[in-house]
Write a protein that binds this ligand. Structure first.
Ligand code: PLP
Length: 405
């Protein structure tokens, strides 16, 4: 059992007032709030350790490098990656996926097939689409069934024919649909394709073990689990990372530079050009540690209870349309209330202290498939309470009634 009351003490922001009302923050799929231990780790680093990593011979540089590489080791343990070679720090999920898509620009050739799913956030859709357009490759998009679950039969059909890459989310940031990632990886591999998993949402929902999953790449962002913005992780199998041609060049990622040519540093540094966001990485390490401390399985199970309760309570609202009814919904629920624009609804309830997201959730292909252009999205985290869900639902109800009349 999670002790939500004492967990909330680690998140002072949850106690503020928004527009004069007690804040009910339910936009965690966009960004989760930062717990005190992460802020303390950042403050400690700036006050006691700060110096550029890897390059210096002095005390602070050694200490800073040690802290940065310890954060990498924390990510190794968190994902059960084989070694530090397999963890590349990135700017976030978007940065990680672009590193892979750009890095595979010689690997993907004219006529090749690259597969994504209609569930993808633009981050795991547009980089592949653009790569295909540039290389004259075929970009194929796998659909979903009536309930919003990934259509595995279609995936099987699409990959046979020689797919080179399958890019799939672990969990939709609109429907909350958890995808059968083990099956996706297996289907991709049987077709000889590399498989990249977008774990931006999935990382906080359950325990992802990259060796057990057998995925070739996995990406996630720190700010969705309590770390600062601008930091994330690209996990890759060594062989998969070695396929990547660096897309950004500069200091630290090189081995020998002459006027004629340049050779690259070993992994993972060859994919981390320039001064890395080492303070962000240290914050990320602290956030991963905090999640371990709270209990990853417990936090995720509790979030599933909150989301199931939110779906039940939202369904009681007159004119409510909830998108999808997936086998396993995790992290978020998207909806519209008949006759009310989600932007108006979310703007109005914000005046009453309730923070939800409205818009296309960076998933326009999915919203078109669902037959809408915008949704309201409610996404709890493990520090939210059932009372907050009740408060949000009654505020949504009130807001919808006000806007309809
Ligand atoms: N993928 C999914 C499923 C997401 O939900 C998000 C962010 O909402 C992203 C990718 C992009 O993450 P970031 O903006 O942190 O790079």
């Amino acid at each position: 059992m999670l002790d939500v009351e004492s967990i909330r003490d680690d998140f002072p922001i949850l106690g503020i007032k928004a527009n004069g009302r007690p804040l009910v923050y339910l936009d965690n799929a966009a960004t989760m709030q930062m717990p005190l231990p992460v802020r303390q780790a950042l403050q400690y680093h700036y006050e006691q350790v700060n110096a550029n990593v890897h390059r210096g011979t002095h005390y602070l540089s050694h200490e800073s490098t040690k802290a940065y590489e310890e954060a990498r080791e924390t990510a190794v343990r968190f994902l059960n990656a084989p070694s530090q070679r397999n963890i590349v720090f990135s700017t976030g999920t978007t940065g990680a996926i672009n590193t892979v898509a750009l890095g595979l620009r010689d690997y993907v050739q004219r006529g090749d097939i690259v597969v994504a799913t209609v569930l993808e956030h633009h981050s795991n859709f547009v980089p592949w689409q653009q790569l295909c357009l540039e290389k004259g490759a075929q970009f194929k998009v796998v659909g979903i069934d009536q309930k919003g679950d990934l259509d595995l039969d279609e995936l099987k059909r699409v990959v046979t024919g020689g797919a080179k890459i399958v890019a799939c989310t672990c969990c939709s940031n609109v429907l909350g649909a958890v995808t059968p990632v083990h099956d996706v990886v297996k289907i991709a591999h049987e077709a000889g394709a590399l498989c990249l998993l977008d774990a931006a949402q999935g990382i906080r929902h359950g325990v992802l073990d990259v060796q057990e999953l057998d995925c070739d790449f996995l990406a996630f962002s720190g700010h969705k689990l309590g770390a600062p913005t601008g930091i994330g992780v690209l996990y890759g199998k060594s062989k998969a990372l070695e396929l990547l041609k660096p897309a950004w060049f500069g200091g630290e990622m090189v081995d020998i530079v002459t006027t004629e040519k340049t050779t690259w540093e070993e992994l993972p540094l060859r994919l981390e050009p320039g001064t890395p966001n080492y303070v962000g990485a240290i914050g990320l390490g602290a956030a991963l540690g905090y999640l371990e401390f709270v209990g990853r399985k417990e936090a995720s199970a509790y979030e599933d209870e909150l989301i199931a309760y939110a779906v039940k309570r939202l369904s009681e609202i007159d004119g409510m349309h909830i998108y999808g009814d997936p086998i396993h919904r995790s992290g978020c629920v998207s909806f519209n209330v008949e006759g009310v624009h989600p932007f108006d609804l979310c703007t109005l309830i914000d005046k009453m202290g309730v923070a939800l997201r409205s818009g296309n959730a960076c998933a326009q292909p999915l919203l078109s498939a669902l037959g809408c252009t915008a949704v309201a999205r409610l996404s709890p985290a493990f520090y939210n309470s059932f009372e907050e869900i009740d408060a949000a639902v009654s505020t949504i109800n009130r807001g919808a009634l006000m806007l309809r009349n």
